[in-house]
Ligand binder design. Structure first.
Ligand code: ADP
Ligand code: MG
Length: 258
């Protein structure tokens, strides 16, 4: 039986959970040679939400993502997950222990492994338990029938959905997606964006989606961080950013959407 005390404790817990961001980066900087590629970037992400890091090619989006993933190291700044420090300039949790799922445009499936083995790749446990988790995820991306197929018999869009299932299989706390749809043809892209969004929303994960396409950000984001020359120049809900761009450059950047 749940007592009133239990319920109040649960409520307090869930309030604390919504207050502590799943991912927080503070004052991240990265320089290559004499170029300040990431210049004092701060962001916080909540679980169950999609934040888009949106900006033109070369503005520092992928570099920011690589530091969060732990495959590149910042010159200064800190990264926190659920309020715990995972990386500053002296302390560093290795990439494989960050519980981060990755999806990149050219992040191919393993051609010599079946769909089942691809999706189960990062999983531990018994064969049956792994297959059950794979089945659950394939059902979500409507590819249950493909479990024993090999990647080469699947279309680009189907492979992309398998890659999503693979990234989500170990229940990552954070999903980092770097232009994941840019390799797909236009006809497929909208459908896959919507489906990806629906799947992501069911998982307890915070999503950071990198894109240079305003339209994609408007379609998928709960929150947009507009980046230019290594800095975040504006952040907010898509509607607000679209209707009140911070300056002329932001107006021009959004003007391609019709
Ligand atoms: P975006 O993902 O927004 O297109 P990137 O983060 O990939 O931008 O790159 C930002 C800038 O940093 C680019 O000019 C790129 O050439 C440069 N850059 C990225 N990685 C390196 C590196 N390892 N060494 C030198 N320059 C780099
Ligand atoms: Mg990039």
């Amino acid at each position: 039986m749940e007592t009133l005390g239990d319920r109040m404790r649960l409520q307090v817990q869930s309030q604390t959970n919504t207050l502590t961001p799943r991912l927080e980066i503070r004052n991240l900087r990265r320089r290559f040679g004499n170029r300040q590629v990431v210049d004092d970037v701060s962001l916080s992400l909540q679980s169950g939400k999609v934040t888009c890091l949106l900006g033109p090619s070369g503005c520092g989006k992928s570099t920011t993502l690589r530091m969060i993933a732990g495959v590149d190291m910042q010159d200064s700044g800190e990264i926190y997950v659920d309020g715990n420090l995972i990386c500053d300039t002296v302390f560093r949790v290795p990439p494989e222990r960050r519980q981060i799922g990755l999806m990149f445009q050219d992040f191919a499936l393993f051609p010599h492994l079946s769909v089942c083995d691809n999706v189960a790749f990062g999983l531990k446990g018994s064969k049956d338990a792994k297959r059950a988790r794979v089945q659950e995820l394939l059902a979500k991306v409507n590819l249950g029938w493909a479990i024993d197929k090999f990647p080469h018999v699947l279309s680009g869009g189907e492979q992309q959905r398998i890659a999503l299932a693979r990234a989500l299989a170990p229940r990552p706390r954070i999903m980092l997606m770097d232009e994941p749809f840019s390799g797909l043809d236009n006809r497929l892209r909208d459908g896959i964006r919507d489906e990806t969004l629906a799947v992501l929303k069911e998982e307890d994960t915070a999503v950071l989606l990198v894109t240079h396409e305003p339209e994609e950000a408007m379609r998928m984001a709960d929150d947009i961080a507009l980046m230019r020359n290594g800095r975040i120049v504006q952040q907010g809900a898509p509607y607000n950013i679209y209707n009140a761009p911070v300056d002329k450059q932001a107006v021009a950047f959004f003007s391609d959407i019709n």
